[in-house]
Design a protein around this ligand. Structure first.
Ligand code: HEM
Length: 169
């Protein structure tokens, strides 16, 4: 573990010193410009997570089965996650060493990994199964877990500005 922590800190130092880390940090408007994309994609991602899981919880959108809603929503979900990852990395690169020591950021990245793994494995399988091929309880459970994981990522992101970093130097 000590080796991994050292490698992660070295990567954070590299990001901090990189031309894009410097460039965004030293610019008056680039950081808020990138954060606009982070927040817009957050809204889109939130919308896809809510629509898909309300459908799994039994709310009917245009009377369509869950699998059809999932097919329509998934490209927007994947697109917004890609924008969140790229814009998030750019925001991160401006204060990477500070983020390395931030419990809020560490928890956010843990929940992000769990949310992505769950959404594109178990949850995807549940949304593609025809009604009657899976007990309603499992559909509802998959919906609640998915919403909870993505909410935890967003809360972790919001908490970054409030929870003090242990500040590796
Ligand atoms: C898809 C997953 C993601 C979600 C839902 C998410 C959500 C959020 C939210 C809600 C905020 C707070 C925005 C504000 O109130 O100003 C935030 C900020 C932030 N996010 Fe993300 N984020 C995601 C991915 C990432 C990734 C992958 C990284 C880095 C590798 C990242 C790095 C950051 C940073 C550094 C901030 C703080 C910006 C600041 O100081 O204002 N995010 N994120």
């Amino acid at each position: 573990m000590r080796w991994l922590a050292a490698e992660l800190l070295a990567f954070c130092r590299w990001c901090n010193g990189s031309f894009f880390g410097h460039g965004i940090r030293d610019s008056v408007w680039l950081f808020p410009f990138v954060e606009i994309f982070h927040l817009l994609a957050l809204g889109l991602l939130g919308g896809t997570v809510v629509i898909l899981n309300l459908s799994l919880l039994g709310f009917r959108f245009r009377g369509e089965p869950v699998a059809a809603v999932a097919r329509d929503v998934r490209p927007w979900m994947i697109g917004s996650i890609v924008v969140m990852l790229v814009s998030g990395f750019l925001l991160f690169s401006t204060e990477a060493v500070k983020m390395y020591g931030s419990p809020a950021f560490q928890l956010k990245m843990l929940f992000l990994l769990l949310a992505i793994l769950f959404t594109f494995t178990v949850h995807r399988k549940v949304t593609m199964l025809e009604e009657g091929h899976i007990a309603p309880l499992w559909r509802k459970l998959a919906a609640v877990v998915c919403i909870a994981l993505w909410a935890a990522v967003a809360l972790g992101g919001r908490a970054i500005g409030y929870v003090n970093s242990s500040g590796a130097s």
